[in-house]
Design a protein around this ligand. Structure first.
Ligand SMILES: Nc1ncnc2c1ncn2[C@@H]1O[C@H](COP(=O)(O)OP(=O)(O)O)[C@@H](O)[C@H]1O
Ligand SMILES: [Mg+2]
Ligand SMILES: [Zn+2]
Length: 371
């Protein structure tokens, strides 16, 4: 039996009447032959079952496949169109323990359309889900961050800029304590002279040079995104989450002040489309009172407008934060407490601090945190 009906409703006429099988379960997927070849499991041909959809976005859907007896798992990312194969072009060049491994790529015809499919090693969850559902200790955050930086440093030293780093695009295996970067659909091989489109990335994680419409940005955009990810892991909130981009720019200006002429020049900005005048009137670190001196220092070096001065992944890896004594939180916050930042007074905030039950990530009051 070999149905190749991935992602569609399969209608069977049987003597029991008409049966609708919603998309995935129990559909054999002939394509996995090739994975079997790669894995040296020729004798187990056609045995992988499509279990469920594990992700869907603008480029298509991601499916989980499992072998019924060995329980080996793979993820298959199926693009809406073959033309979206930029990701394949990038990912096939990458080979690093902190970057999701590609197993295969092929093109099939579905409804007269050519559809690209990327087979990947499977990891059980992404960082967004982890942040949402789990208590994250100092050690856990540091471990994920270090691996994220290792993967990023590897990409950057191979001239690849990810351009969409965010918790959804960091995969985790909690048991193996492994983090891997995924989703290279917006990534680009960079060269010094080339110009790039500024309309990339996900709103809350976009660096100022992108928002201010630079076409001369570089790897530093990934570092800004990592800064936002660090704060997300600590506070469980998306720090620069604003539906209206103007409010985000306003928030930057009040945290970091207005960029100077030299900053704008380094960012390669001529016209911004935004009024970028403003006084620094808030202190990010007064709101994040829980942070250690090392963690504050790293974030201060990340949230820098001048892209030449912004810390690189390589520099982060040898930062004091990763020395044995370096820590994310000050001692007092290493207990199992709710880390949601609550406002006290106009410009000040502090960590909630309510005790957590079991594996909960939030106290009762903050259980419904928006991202
Ligand atoms: N190899 C994988 N293993 C497990 N889950 C994955 C894998 N690849 C993607 N996913 C899940 O699918 C989601 C969407 O995949 P992604 O590659 O980010 O595509 P998109 O371009 O739609 O964002 C991810 O956020 C992640 O939760
Ligand atoms: Mg994604
Ligand atoms: Zn709380």
């Amino acid at each position: 039996m070999c149905f190749q009906i991935l992602g569609y409703t399969l209608r069977l006429n049987s003597n029991l009447g008409r049966i609708n099988i919603e998309c995935c379960s129990l559909i054999y997927f002939g394509r996995i032959n090739l994975i079997n070849n790669i894995m040296g499991k020729m004798e187990e041909e056609n045995q992988y079952l499509c279990k469920r959809i594990i992700g869907s976005g603008s480029y298509g859907k991601v499916y989980l496949y499992e072998h019924p007896s060995t329980k080996d798992r793979y993820a298959v990312k199926q693009y809406v169109e073959e033309s979206n194969k930029r990701e394949y072009g990038i990912i096939k060049q990458l080979n690093h323990p902190n970057i999701v491994k590609m197993l295969d790529y092929d093109v099939v015809v579905r409804d007269d359309k050519r559809v690209g499919r990327l087979s990947l090693e499977y990891l059980p969850m992404n960082l967004k889900q982890y942040i949402r559902n789990k208590y994250m200790s100092d050690r856990c955050i540091k471990n994920i961050l270090y691996q994220l930086l290792l993967g990023t440093e590897y990409m950057h030293s191979n001239n690849i800029c990810h351009r969409d780093l965010k918790p959804d695009n960091v995969l985790l295996d909690e048991k193996a304590k492994i983090a891997k970067i995924c989703d290279f659909s917006l990534s680009k091989k960079m060269s010094k002279s080339a110009t790039h489109i500024h309309g990339v990335g996900t709103n809350s994680y976009r660096a100022p040079e992108l928002v201010f419409k630079s076409t001369k940005y570089n790897y530093a955009i990934d570092m800004w995104a990592i800064g936002c990810i660090i704060i997300g892991m600590i506070t469980k909130r998306t720090i620069f989450y604003y539906k209206d981009e103007r409010f985000k720019v306003k928030a930057w200006l009040s945290y970091f002040g207005a960029p100077t002429a030299a900053d704008l020049e380094s960012m390669g900005i001529k016209t911004t489309g935004y009024v970028i005048e403003g006084e620094k009137d808030k202190d990010l670190f007064e709101e994040l009172t829980c942070l250690s001196a090392e963690c504050k220092d790293m974030l201060k070096r990340i949230f820098v407008y001048d892209i030449e001065k912004r810390i690189t992944a390589k520099e982060c890896l040898s930062h004091a934060l990763f020395k044995p004594e370096g820590k994310i939180y000050d001692q007092i916050y290493q207990k199992n407490i709710c880390m949601t930042v609550v406002r006290v007074g106009k410009n000040k905030g502090q960590v909630c601090g309510n005790r957590l039950k079991g594996n909960d990530a939030f106290c009762k009051r903050h259980n419904k945190v928006k991202s």
